[in-house]
Design a binder for this molecule. Sequence first.
Ligand code: COA
Length: 377
Amino acid sequence: MANANDPIVISGAGLWNPDYTISNDELVLAYNGYAEKFNAENAAGIEQGEVEAKPLSSAEFINKASGINNRYIYRKEGVLDINRMRPILEVRSNEEVSHQAEMAVNAAKKALEAANKKPEDVDVVIVACAYTQRSYPALAIEVQAELGIEGFGFDMLVACSAATFALQRAYEMISAGTAKCVLAINPELTSPQNNWRDRDSHFIFGDVATATIVERASSCQSEHSYEILDTKAVTSFSNNIRSNFGYTSYVDDTDPYGEDKFFIQNGRKVFKEVCPMAAEHISSQIDALGITVSDVTRWWLHQANINMNALIVKRLLGRPATADEAPIVLDQYANTASAGSLIAFNLHHKDLQAGDTGVICSFGAGYSIGSLVLRKR
Ligand code: COA
């Protein structure tokens, strides 16, 4: 149960960046090389109207339309090879730690350190992200074994809102007394599902892992902790962001690597529909808490598009937000699915003063919106 004398807190956060990065210039050079080669090879078909020519991409467009300049990538080899256009992920045996579990463990160790916790203090592991590399055994259980955690673990997929929805589950489990200390991890390995051959979406995603510890204030031994004042989630079905990749491809005789199996979206519609939904979601949540927007020191928003974030906070504040109020990380990280708002939290929370309020909010595929209102202790 919620307990005013012993509130539930976020007591530590971890961020793990992959070793490699790809700038817009590198990405566009490779894509345009691929597109020109495709167009040359298909010149006759294009001339006869049987094949659609590949349009060229531009780094200026990407920066202006999205705010993205760079992205981290788990494996860079292969992505910029115009004859491959996707990363090369080495196959690991069942005896080795899987790629996504390794990413998760890297971030988890940082969150444990920030919260001043040991694996034996944790009793639940949630791996929450947009994609998992297999269905079972759950990645969370593999992570649990790698770290030596007792208790239980499970995976959950809610696309861009997986991280915030997992924090809400953590809050509820601690509130219900079924967990004491939850490790929620977001190993966002997005690069395998990005269509690097598609001009409209090749620039969108980056890889990263974030992790968060949630516990009661009475067990918290962290320098920076945040009381969770409230959590709120909403979903509303939309096909505007979709991937049809799934385990039924084998039996429905569709191409398991067809275009519709990648991330696909109608970006314009998403922009138009999600911005008002997210602004309304947050304003009604903070209104219900008796807080006003001017009481909020920091907005840790989902990181998909800089213009979306600008519009949402302008709707909330009635004026543009400063970089300090609503930090942007997508310029360096691109869209990291559910991890974006937590990267912003990781990089921009230590300067808050006791009593300061902040809002974490994700929005994306589903549609799904998840938010938490925090107060620094
Ligand atoms: N390089 C150059 N031009 C490009 C391009 C590229 N890489 N990609 C698209 N264009 C062109 C389009 O073909 C279009 O040309 P036209 O006007 O001649 O038809 C023009 O640029 C505008 O394209 P559009 O897709 O309308 O751009 P946009 O301003 O909507 O920006 C997104 C595209 C994807 C950056 C933007 O819509 C977005 O981020 N939406 C929100 C997406 C989101 O949050 N998704 C959640 C994912 S989890």
